[in-house]
Design a protein around this ligand. Structure first.
Ligand code: ZN
Length: 378
């Protein structure tokens, strides 16, 4: 009896001991003492077979890499900061691969660095957090950056059937980063403020759009578009050593300020500063909007009446059908912006409609594109 009692006690003591260990393990894993070091993942956009934007001989993959390496070299000087790069040379890394590097490292921040491009002479910097785009421009930036998955094998599996060209794909991917949204916006805002106040760049604001690389990360994450390579002056600035070090310095400073505000009294900070407003998108209308004109991309004309669903048009959505005379015409996209319809046209050609072309309507009347372009712009 006694012996039995002792054994029972021993088991009980053992159980209590064991449970306590488990508890303290759980506490140290689940608790929130500040982690040491502060891990920053720097993601130079594109690389290898994916050059990214290329304008006037300026290459996005090279400039992004230069800036990422410079940012990293500065941040590495801070004793409690650890820097991890998704690439340090001109190699191809998949979007999921980039996010995996950050997730494995349990990084505190993910900063993806890119250069913009546009047919217009648009200029300025913008920093994105993951979210649903509020206008076509933002969607197009994300679409462009997401195109790269077509260079990956098994991209359909890797990204759960995500189609970079389908606006519908973008709805639903935005929840993934919600937990980190406030912190991501905080960093994005710091970066934009530095670009504007220190570097005197045109401020296009803090924005939201569906970037796959941001969807895959489990930490505060931003995607910086540091300027337009397509703009003559800005492209030259970004391609210069002085420009690259100016942009790098602003990102470094923003990461430092972010780290300090997280470590210290972030609550005080949040009370002192009103929450960051996302950029009002109404002022972002493209400059080439033609009054009363609708541009479309003609994909096909046929005597056959087809359902304009994506199934019948190689996955393209936003396809419409119009009966004109004896023929049914099938159009992709509808916009008053000529640069937007050019982007739709590019997409149509890439998707398998090499002979598609742009058409223009005034109301229901089909007019020539030349005539449309003579209309006054808004
Ligand atoms: Zn890019």
């Amino acid at each position: 009896m006694n012996r039995y009692f002792n054994m029972k006690t021993n088991i009980l003591v053992f159980l209590i001991f064991f449970t306590t260990i488990n508890f303290s393990l759980a506490a140290s894993v689940g608790g929130d003492p500040p982690r040491d070091p502060f891990v920053v993942v720097l993601d130079a956009g594109h690389g290898g077979k994916d050059p990214g934007n290329s304008w006037n001989g300026y290459s996005e993959k090279d400039i992004s890499l230069n800036i990422a390496l410079q940012v990293g070299a500065e941040l590495e000087k801070i004793p409690d900061v650890k820097v991890i790069y998704t690439r340090k040379s001109d190699v191809f890394v998949t979007l999921a691969g980039r996010a995996n590097i950050a997730n494995k490292a349990e990084a505190d921040l993910f900063v993806s660095i890119h250069m913009n491009g546009h047919r217009s002479q648009a200029q300025g910097t913008e920093t994105f957090v993951l979210g649903l785009h509020r206008n076509q421009d933002n969607l197009e930036v994300a679409m462009r950056e997401n195109q790269v998955i077509f260079l990956e094998e098994d991209y359909e599996m890797t990204y759960d059937g995500f189609n970079p060209n389908s606006p519908e794909s973008y709805i639903g991917l935005t929840l993934m980063q919600e937990e980190y949204l406030d912190q991501s916006i905080l960093l994005a805002d710091l970066i934009q403020k530095n670009f504007t106040n220190i570097n005197k760049r045109v401020n296009r604001g803090v924005k939201q759009a569906g970037f796959l690389v941001l969807r895959e990360t489990y930490m505060p994450s931003v995607l910086v578009e540091a300027g337009f390579l397509s703009n003559k002056a800005e492209g030259a600035f970004l391609n210069s050593a002085a420009g690259q070090s100016a942009i790098s310095a602003s990102i470094v400073r923003a990461v430092k300020d972010y780290k300090n505000s997280i470590n210290h009294d972030i609550l005080d900070n949040l009370e002192a500063n009103p929450p960051v407003q996302l950029t009002q998108e109404t002022e972002e209308m493209p400059l080439d909007v033609y009054d009363g004109i609708t541009f479309r991309v003609q994909l096909a004309a046929s005597g056959k009446k087809l359902d304009p669903s994506s199934r019948n048009f190689k996955g393209l959505k936003q396809v419409s059908r119009n009966k004109e005379g004896k023929l049914f015409k099938y159009y992709y996209g509808a916009t008053s912006s000529f640069s937007q319809i050019q982007d739709f046209h590019e997409m149509a050609k890439r998707t398998g409609y090499p002979d598609s072309y742009i058409v223009a309507f005034r109301g229901n009347e089909k007019i020539s594109v030349n005539e449309a372009l003579k209309t006054k712009t808004k």
